[in-house]
Each structure stands twice: as C-alpha cells, then as structure tokens.
Design a protein around this ligand. Structure first.
Ligand SMILES: NC(=O)c1ccc[n+]([C@@H]2O[C@H](COP(=O)([O-])OP(=O)(O)OC[C@H]3O[C@@H](n4cnc5c(N)ncnc54)[C@H](O)[C@@H]3O)[C@@H](O)[C@H]2O)c1
Length: 351
C-alpha cells in the first residue's frame, strides 16, 4: 500500500473530494496519509465533511512531502507547476489536475522536466473512464460507423451561471489562464483523441472563438476587483487528419440541457444526450437513415471500481509499481493545452 498526500483540499468545486473517492475506492493500493492547503480552514472543512482524522492535516508542504510516496495536486491552475516541480525534484510521483498549468509555456517546461526525470507524472483527466465513454469507444471499435465525417460535443458547468457567485480564481487570467475553453476544452480534446485518433487521426486544423458574458462579480478579499478577465464561453472547431469536421462548444454559465455528444459516420451515427443516454442510428438497405435508433446501455463491463476517478487511482498505482506505459502523462496534458492556446491566439487561422 502506498501513502498519498493531497495538496489543495477545495473551496469552490473542491475536486479534492473526487480524488478522495478515487483513493478510497482503491483501499489495497492507497491510503490518504496527509493533506495540505494554503488555507488551513479549507483543510479542516475537508476533514470534517469527509469524516477523516484531523492528524492528516499538515502545516507545510514540506511536512506533507516528508510523509508520502506520491502526491495529488488539486490546487488552482497557476500553482500546479511549482508544486509538481517540487515533487519531481524529490522523486515523488505526482497526479496533477488539469490544465497542467495556466500557460502552455509553463506546462511544456514542466512536461519536459517530468519526462526527463522518469518520475511517474499523471494527468487527472478522468473523462475517458466514465461508463458512457467506454460504451461509445466500444461502438467505435466495432467499426459500425464507417468513415467518420463529423464530431460535435457540448460540455460545461452551470454553477457559475449564477452571477451572484463572487469572483473565483478560475475567472482571472493571472490565477487560471484561459477560462471555460481550457477548463472544459481540455476534457473535450482528451475525449476526441480517445475516441477518434486511431480511426480518424490527429487534429490537423483548429481554431477558436471565446466570449465573456458575465463580466463583473462581487470582489473577494484576495482580488483587487471583481472583473472577470477570461472567457466563460468557448468554441473550438477544426478538422481531423481524415477530413472529419469537429465542433467543441463549452461554457461555465449555460444550463446543462444542451450538453450532448454526436459522432457521425458514413454508415451510422452515435448520439448522447445530456443524461448520458446513448443511441446509435444506422442506415437501411436503401441507404436512408433508419427511422429507428437503438439505445446502447451501460453494462457492468463499462464501469470501474470507484468510477472514473477510481480507475485513475488504480492506473496511477500500476504506473508506479509495475512501470506500465500510460498515455495520460504531463506531455499529453501540455499538448492539449498547447492546442487550445494556439487556437485562441490564431483564431480564424489554421495551424
Ligand atoms: N478533472 C476535473 O473534472 C476537474 C473538475 C474541477 C476542477 N478541476 C481542476 O482542479 C483544480 C482545483 O479546482 P477546484 O475547483 O477544486 O478548486 P477549489 O477552489 O475548490 O480548491 C482549490 C484549493 O487549493 C488551495 N490552494 C491554492 N493554492 C494552493 C497552494 N499553492 N498550496 C496549497 N493549497 C493551495 C485553495 O486554498 C483551495 O482550497 C483546478 O486545476 C481545476 O481546473 C478539475
């Protein structure tokens, strides 16, 4: 069993709770040994709401590092690089939340360092391990769709649609980098890669549009003002190597009714609605789209112990112990952020 330390225990979304679920689902592999948060109240609240032992709270990052075999970084984006480098310099394996950093430049430097060090470096990009993603991948593997022509994915979070929520670190370029387009776009780029890379190739062209629609919020004590300085809606679109078009819409302020995923091939099409109901529509013997669409349901084989995060912690353990190869490394995380930055900087131009 390995001891893990969580850095950043959560205040707004609190993704650290999700990591805790992943850790606790792998009882034979992991034990949560230590936590550290810049704000000790957040660490105390984490302990209380999850009914953990107060003794795991560390007063410094060094204290945490002295107690663990690996760390999970669940802090805001601009602090990832420093904490991850700290871990790599001490030969401590690290799982880091996405995006890897607030800028591609920083992420790329960190990924290079991690790669050279050979210390396990793993991205907390869990979407491909959701049951629905496994169902879709299985359909794609069956080659039923034929040549892929189109991919559309709408994703986001509705929590921040409430403009009464005060300014958060994720709404400032300085503490987050890009907004919605990186926050959700990273998961969207990961999923399109997972689903289509082997059958439709890499992204060959990409461009973007962004907008900020809730421009001012109540200013918290840590900020100079309540001005939102990054996007709350984004669109990434372009082409895959085989010529298929893609369109990834994301937002942190819209209701979730429009969340959906669509993959169209010349022979069949997949559609997933906002409740993760998945349908496949094929063509009839005359070549017309069938009136009937079949629903594909998740089965036991599509889910993992502890869900998507449980699977991530199992994989992270196996990487450390069994030296298995893995795709979700820092290099992969940095590349996805690089694509988004490039698309935003060069919007209306192709790469
Ligand atoms: N994979 C996903 O689905 C997913 C979902 C939400 C958030 N995230 C990512 O998780 C990370 C955290 O997001 P969140 O919404 O949980 O944030 P949050 O605001 O809820 O929590 C961040 C915590 O980190 C602490 N912190 C900040 N800087 C620190 C530092 N240098 N050292 C120690 N503690 C520090 C804060 O005090 C806070 O408690 C972000 O990178 C975010 O993009 C990922």
């Amino acid at each position: 069993m390995k001891k893990i330390g969580v850095v950043g225990t959560g205040k707004t979304v609190g993704i650290a709770d999700d990591h805790l679920n992943g850790i606790q689902a792998n009882k034979k592999e992991w034990i949560l040994e230590a936590i550290y948060d810049l704000n000790i109240e957040n660490a105390q609240e984490f302990v209380e709401r999850n009914e953990l032992n107060q003794n795991i709270i560390c007063s410094t990052l060094d204290d945490l590092f002295s107690k663990v075999d690996a760390i999970a970084i669940c802090t805001n984006n601009s602090s990832h690089r420093e904490i991850a480098e700290y871990a790599i310099n001490r030969s401590i394996p690290v799982i880091c939340e996405k995006p890897l950093s607030d800028t591609y430049k920083e992420a790329e430097m960190l990924a290079l360092k991690a790669n050279e060090s050979n210390i396990p470096n793993y991205m907390g990009m869990q979407y491909r391990y959701h049951g629905y993603a496994q169902v879709i991948k299985e359909i794609l593997n069956s080659k039923k769709l034929g040549e892929i022509t189109f991919y559309r994915h709408n994703l986001g979070g509705s929590r921040l649609g409430n403009s009464n929520i005060e300014l958060e670190w994720r709404m400032k370029k300085e503490t987050s980098g890009l907004g919605s387009i990186a926050d959700f776009g990273i998961h969207q780029l990961d999923l399109i890669d997972f689903f289509l890379n082997d059958i439709a190739g890499d992204i060959s062209e990409i461009t973007a549009q962004t907008g900020t629609y809730i421009k001012n919020r109540t200013s918290p004590a840590w900020a100079d003002d309540g001005k939102v300085t990054n996007d709350d809606v984004g669109i990434l679109y372009g082409k895959l190597e085989n010529g298929a078009l893609f369109n990834l819409c994301n937002s942190r302020i819209f209701p979730s009714d429009g969340h959906c995923l669509e993959i169209i091939g010349l022979k069949a099409a997949i559609y997933m609605d906002n409740n993760h109901n998945i349908f496949i529509r094929e063509k009839d013997k005359d070549g017309n789209w069938n009136n009937y669409r079949e629903q594909k349901r998740e089965e036991d084989k599509h889910s993992f112990l502890g869900g998507a995060r449980g699977k991530q912690y199992k994989e992270f353990y196996d990487i450390i112990n069994n030296d298995v190869s893995y795709e979700l490394n820092f290099k992969y995380g940095a590349e996805k952020l690089g694509l988004i930055e490039k698309a935003v900087k060069n919007f209306n131009h192709c790469i």
